[in-house]
Design a protein around this ligand. Structure first.
Ligand SMILES: *Cc1c(COP(=O)(O)O)cnc(C)c1O
Length: 369
């Protein structure tokens, strides 16, 4: 058999796939322990609201049919809710699906994609898959995006810049003045993606370091800004995979072209519409999580930890070499957290009982030194 027959080498795969980091999902709660809570994936601990559950189950009766490919009902509901034209919307299989489409629409081999690091772990993966080159700009000592350094990293090859606000996994947020100054510096042919997966958890008051802007206000007069939102976090639909972008034409149109056909199931579409209609109750639950976040943050500070301000549904502890030990200690207390080896742990705000167990684990770990 000759080399050229291909038998010995297998199908040719794109070289860009070599060494793509694998996405690490948060570990599930242990099945055998006395109590076990999963605080490792930033999910919403509340079950779906009754109305949301019912409309989703109704859609289940028809899953022999393809979903509405254009997501008509959801697009109209979103247009109404956010005051944007339907032509400025694009949906996808979670906002990660939309982010992947954004890369497909803008970037390929030879192009550069800038984002802060550490930030959302999907960015390096989807950038590498597109064939483009990641340009990672370290967070500041305060664990915040260094927007000046990011602006300085722009070259002729830059096609896309992610700004994760608030940032996953640190929870920190950039303010209006610095973000607008940054956007003013970005060339108009470079797309800036404001990833606002945790927007609903933001509580900013102008007094505390400045307002945290709503990307959907910023995008309106900036054709090179796209905003990503998701139903996975505050809305509690992580398992249904639905997210969306708000962007001007032609970016939104490019997203609709590159999306996986029928990618958003009818269950997901109907659940998202029902969730938007139940928004008052949903956001009431988000308010409870924000109150818990403040309680956990204050508890950690009282124990002596240095914890960055968080505007999301999680807290970040920079533990360096002690990261794995800390995660193991939490696990012994019945809570699974998300370790980033050698860097720190991200802990999702969950049920009060789970948060109490986490605080206890953190306190014990500090005392042991
Ligand atoms: C969770 C998350 C998303 C959304 O994920 P999907 O479930 O794909 O919508 C997007 N960006 C960041 C920063 C996230 O943390």
């Amino acid at each position: 058999m000759s080399e050229t027959s291909g038998m010995s080498t297998g199908p040719k795969l794109r070289a860009e796939l070599d060494g793509v980091p694998t996405y690490k999902p948060g570990r599930p709660a242990a099945a055998d322990g006395p109590v076990a809570f999963k605080l490792s994936s930033n999910e919403n601990p509340y079950p779906p609201l009754p109305g949301v559950m019912e409309s989703t189950l109704a859609a289940a009766a028809n899953f022999n049919r393809y979903p509405d490919m254009a997501c008509t009902g959801l697009m109209e509901e979103l247009a109404d809710r956010f005051g944007v034209p339907v032509s400025h919307l694009a949906t996808g299989t979670g906002s990660v699906g939309v982010a992947q489409s954004l890369l497909q629409a803008t970037s390929g081999p030879g192009d550069e994609v800038i984002y802060a690091w550490r930030s959302f772990e999907a960015y390096p993966i989807i950038t590498q898959i597109s064939g483009a080159t990641s340009v990672q700009v370290p967070l500041t000592a305060g664990e915040v995006h260094d927007l000046d350094a990011m602006a300085e990293a722009i070259t002729d090859r830059t096609r896309l810049i992610f700004v994760c606000n608030p940032n996953n996994p640190t929870g920190t947020a950039v303010r209006r003045a610095e973000l607008e100054r940054f956007l003013d510096r970005v060339p108009s042919d470079v797309l800036v993606v404001l990833d606002e997966a945790y927007r609903e958890f933001v509580r900013s008051t102008p007094g505390e370091g400045g307002e945290i802007p709503d990307g959907i206000e910023l995008y309106r007069d900036r054709p090179n800004v796209a905003v990503l939102r998701t139903f996975s976090k505050a809305y509690g639909l992580a398992g249904l995979r639905v997210g969306f972008a708000v962007a001007h034409e032609p970016v939104a149109a490019a997203l609709r072209k590159t999306a996986v056909p029928f990618g958003v199931s009818q269950l997901a579409q109907d659940a998202a519409v029902a969730s938007l209609r139940a928004e008052d109750e949903l956001l009431g639950r988000v308010g409870s999580l924000v109150a818990e976040r403040e309680r956990v943050h204050a508890g950690l500070v009282e124990q002596g930890w240095t914890v960055p301000e968080t505007q999301a549904n999680f807290v970040w502890l920079r533990l360096g070499e002690r990261t794995a030990d800390f995660a193991a200690e939490c696990e012994r207390h019945g809570v699974m957290v998300r370790p980033f080896a050698g860097e720190g742990v991200r802990v999702t705000i969950g049920e009060t009982e789970a948060n109490d167990l986490f605080l206890k684990a953190a306190e014990g770990f500090r005392k042991e030194g």
